[in-house]
Design a protein around this ligand. Structure first.
Ligand SMILES: [Zn+2]
Ligand SMILES: [Zn+2]
Length: 109
């Protein structure tokens, strides 16, 4: 299981090389280009609140509120928001580690 620590980790604070930075920036930009569209809509639909822990957000910390895809498919973005859940970064991380664990347990055993 090498997928447990992939893309959705909090950003590292240690210094990184220019090359790494360039890759990161490109990745963030790509992600953002795809993300913002549904993120905006999900925030509008579900409000600035974490669906799990109930934490509320405002302009100053809204970037910590992320959109989770319930079925895990980032390309499944129905307009009614039925596949989206607004989760704070902590709950989002938690949600994904559970999924991975769940997959692991159901597939491997
Ligand atoms: Zn939360
Ligand atoms: Zn998610």
């Amino acid at each position: 299981m090498s997928t447990a620590f992939n893309s959705r980790r909090p950003r590292a604070v240690k210094p990184i090389s220019q090359e790494e930075a360039a890759i990161l920036i490109r990745k963030m930009r790509d992600e953002r280009a795809g993300l913002d569209d549904y993120r905006e809509r999900s925030l509008k639909l579900h409000g600035w609140i974490c669906a799990k822990c109930g934490r509320e957000f405002d302009q100053s910390n809204l970037h910590l509120l992320t959109v989770h895809h319930k079925d895990g498919n980032h390309k499944n973005n129905p307009r009614d928001g039925s596949n989206w859940e607004n989760l704070c970064n902590y709950c989002h991380d938690d949600e994904h580690s559970r999924e991975i664990l769940g997959d692991y347990l159901s597939n491997k055993r």
